[in-house]
Design a protein around this ligand. Structure first.
Ligand code: NAG
Ligand code: NAG
Ligand code: NAG
Length: 202
C-alpha cells in the first residue's frame, strides 16, 4: 500500500513525460525550423528599430521644426496598425507581406543613402538599416522557400528628386517615422506568428 502511494508522483511524472514526447513528436516537422527563423527575425527588427531613430541625425528640437513634413514618398508601405489585420492571416501570407514591405523599405533606404551621400550627410545609420533589412529579407525569403512558397518581389518604387540638403533631411524624417511604425508592427506580427506556429516561449 505504502509502495503504491509513494510511486504515484513518479508515475504521474512518467505520464507527463510521455505526453510531452507525443506532443513534440506529432508536431509538423517544419514547425521547429519556422520557429528558428521567426526567432532570428525579431533581433533584426529590433536593430532596424534602433537605427530608424538615427536616420536623420537631428535632435528633438530640430525635429520639431520639421514636424509638419508632408508625405512625399508615395510608395513607402502604409502599415495597417490594427491587430485584427493579421489575426485572419496564415503564416505564409503574413511572411509574404512582410517580405514585400521589407524589400520596399530597403529600396527606399538605399535611395536615401545616395541622396545623403550627394549632400555630404552622414550615411552610417542608413547603411546599418539597409544591411539589417537585407538580413531580414533573406531570413523571410529562406523561410518561405522552406514552406515551398515563392516570395513576392516589391515593385521598384517611384522616387522623387532630392534637390537640397533640406529635402534630404525631410525624406530622412519621413522614412524614419514610417520605418519605426513598420518595426513596431513587424515585431507584433512576428510574435503573433510564433504563437500561431506554437513556438516555445523563450
Ligand atoms: C498559404 O498556404 C495555404 C495552405 O496552407 C494556401 O492555400 C495558400 O494559397 C497559401 N498562400 C499563399 C499566399 O501562398
Ligand atoms: C546623386 O547624384 C547622382 C549624380 O549627380 C545622381 O545621378 C543621383 O540621382 C543622385 N541621387 C539622389 C538620390 O538624388
Ligand atoms: C508601437 O506600438 C505600441 C503598441 O503596441 C504603441 O503604443 C506605440 O504608439 C507604437 N509606436 C509607433 C511609433 O507606432
Amino acid at each position: 500500500m505504502k509502495l503504491i502511494h509513494d510511486s504515484a508522483p513518479f508515475i504521474l511524472h512518467l505520464l507527463l513525460l510521455a505526453e510531452l514526447f507525443v506532443r513534440t513528436s506529432s508536431r509538423p516537422t517544419h514547425s521547429s525550423s519556422i520557429c528558428g527563423f521567426l526567432g532570428s527575425m525579431i533581433p533584426q527588427v529590433d536593430r532596424i528599430m534602433m537605427l530608424s531613430k538615427n536616420l536623420h541625425g537631428l535632435s528633438d528640437d530640430e525635429l520639431l521644426n520639421l514636424a509638419a513634413v508632408d508625405n512625399r514618398l508615395d510608395d513607402l508601405p502604409h502599415i495597417q496598425q490594427t491587430a485584427a489585420h493579421f489575426t485572419s492571416r496564415k503564416v505564409n501570407e503574413s511572411l509574404s507581406q512582410l517580405h514585400v514591405y521589407t524589400q520596399s523599405f530597403k529600396l527606399h533606404i538605399d535611395w536615401l543613402i545616395t541622396a545623403q551621400f550627394n549632400f555630404s550627410l552622414p550615411t552610417q545609420p542608413a547603411e546599418g538599416a539597409s544591411a539589417h533589412l537585407l538580413q531580414l529579407s533573406t531570413l523571410i525569403h529562406t523561410s518561405l522557400h522552406q514552406m515551398h512558397e515563392t516570395s513576392t518581389q516589391a515593385p521598384p518604387p517611384s522616387l522623387p528628386v532630392a534637390a537640397s540638403t533640406f529635402d534630404v533631411l525631410q525624406f530622412s524624417v519621413e522614412i524614419s517615422e514610417r520605418l519605426h511604425v513598420f518595426c513596431n508592427w513587424s515585431r507584433r506580427l512576428l510574435r503573433h506568428l510564433q504563437k500561431l506556429s506554437r513556438c516555445p516561449r523563450r
